[in-house]
Every structure is written in C-alpha cells, then in structure tokens.
Design a protein. Sequence first.
Length: 77
Amino acid sequence: MRIKVMIFGQIAEITGSSNFEMNDIADTNQLIDELNSRYPRLVNSKYAIAVNRNVIQNNTRLSEDCEIAILPPFSGG
C-alpha cells in the first residue's frame, strides 16, 4: 500500500523534503512511529495530521493512495 505524504512549514525543514511516498503504513500511529524513526527531531515537534484533507485527532486507518498532510502548528486571529 502506498500513501502520499506532504509536509509543510518548519516540519519540511526538519525532514528536508516537502513531499514523498511511503509504503506499508496501516494507520496514523504507524505513520508517526515511522516519521519519528526517520526524523528523530520530529519526536518533540508539534504538528497536526490531515488525512485526505481532514485534520484528524485520533488514530486513523489508511488506505491505498491516501493523501497525508503534516501541518505545523498554526494560530488564528
């Protein structure tokens, strides 16, 4: 299973890339574990995850060709 990951803001600075693909990721908990393994600086970083343009709060199952966005903290005014 392949998912597309898009990364924005200071999180992209940590990963050194604004997008890439990942394989065999079943859910967002596994995604977070894999990202933390690849990019140890993410462990202490705050960010939100959107799955197919919906920001999620809990572990979410992923399916083939899911579009994932890793979003830095943002504030409104």
